[in-house]
Write a protein that binds this ligand. Structure first.
Ligand SMILES: Nc1ncnc2c1ncn2[C@@H]1O[C@H](COP(=O)(O)OP(=O)(O)OP(=O)(O)O)[C@@H](O)[C@H]1O
Ligand SMILES: [Mg+2]
Length: 282
């Protein structure tokens, strides 16, 4: 894979603007990407940041968790291959400051389309986001698992790759591979200075193995945040409630954990994001 950040000044670009793009991403499936994307987007909007969620997964789980309908069949294809604008498919959610590009079954085959030698295929997401740079403060991408042309698009467009790690050796290895890949691309000047941040997901404190991962890993790896998202029934209930956690269980331990995660992500982003004077620790 190779993504180049070099572009002529006439090209419209989203990356590098004041908007922060945070992508819930992992090579692995079922690790808590969508749960994090939905809850952090909700918290961002709650703070007054104009927030857009783009549900890039064909399963459209994030879309349903916001109580929205998946997009029509043609949306995904039109967005990738015609001159359609992203703003054509942006929908309002029930929540203030929070819009969504609904998921779409067509996303399932996006990779196949993007892989057919389309010129600058890795920039398509970034190009589509460009006209919305003035409309949002924060964009959250909820990504399907896997490494693919769509993932390249995500890397190219992101400021932050937010990676859930369930406390297993395989998860940690997958995170290490991703970090290595990002560093190599940056060293070759093919990717800008994106931050790769991992957080612990689905942690069961009754398990010794989970506890030892949580204690040791943040000290061993700079990209691993201290926040721990516990295994919690309220997080599963998001699926039946069709709502972000804070909309129905704001006082839960799990809600507090996502608040802590959001705070830690903002701290790491630094840059006086949203005008908030947060000391950067990057
Ligand atoms: N901390 C948690 N405690 C309990 N259940 C959780 C937790 N986090 C996620 N889940 C549940 O695990 C399942 C997978 O979570 P989620 O959809 O967030 O993962 P994902 O990485 O987006 O999955 P996919 O790769 O399929 O898109 C869901 O049923 C969700 O409700
Ligand atoms: Mg998901």
């Amino acid at each position: 894979m190779g993504v180049r950040r070099v572009r002529s000044s006439s090209q419209q670009a989203f990356c590098g603007t004041a908007v922060k793009v945070i992508s819930a991403y992992s090579i692995k499936g079922g690790v808590g990407k969508t749960s994090a994307a939905v809850n952090l987007a909700y918290l961002s909007a709650l703070e007054g940041a104009r927030t857009l969620v783009w549900d890039l997964d064909a399963n459209s789980t994030a879309t349903r968790l916001f109580g929205q309908q998946a997009g029509t069949k043609t949306h995904g294809r039109r967005l990738m291959f015609s001159d359609a604008e992203l703003s054509d498919v942006v929908a309002r959610t029930h929540y203030a400051n929070l819009d969504i590009v609904p998921g779409d079954m067509r996303h399932r085959i996006l990779d196949a389309y993007l892989d057919r030698g389309i010129s600058k295929a890795h920039r398509r997401l970034d190009t589509l986001l460009a006209p919305l740079a003035a409309d949002y403060d924060c964009v959250v991408l909820d990504c399907p698992p896997g490494i693919s042309v769509l993932a390249e698009n995500v890397f190219y467009a992101s400021d932050v790759l937010l990676v859930p790690i369930v406390p297993t050796t395989l998860s940690v290895r997958a995170f290490d591979l991703l970090t290595k890949y990002v560093h190599e691309e940056q060293r070759k000047d093919r990717l800008r200075d994106i931050s790769t941040m991992a957080f612990f997901s689905m942690v069961d404190r009754r398990k010794q193995l989970h506890n030892s991962f949580v204690e040791v890993l943040p000290e061993e790896r700079t990209g691993v945040l201290g926040t721990v998202i516990p295994v919690a029934p309220e997080i599963e209930q998001m699926r039946t409630r069709h709502a972000p956690l804070h909309a129905f269980a704001p006082a839960s331990r799990a809600a507090a954990a996502y608040e802590e995660l959001w705070h830690e992500v903002k701290l790491r982003m630094g840059n006086n994001w949203m005008g908030m004077a947060i000391a950067g620790v990057r």
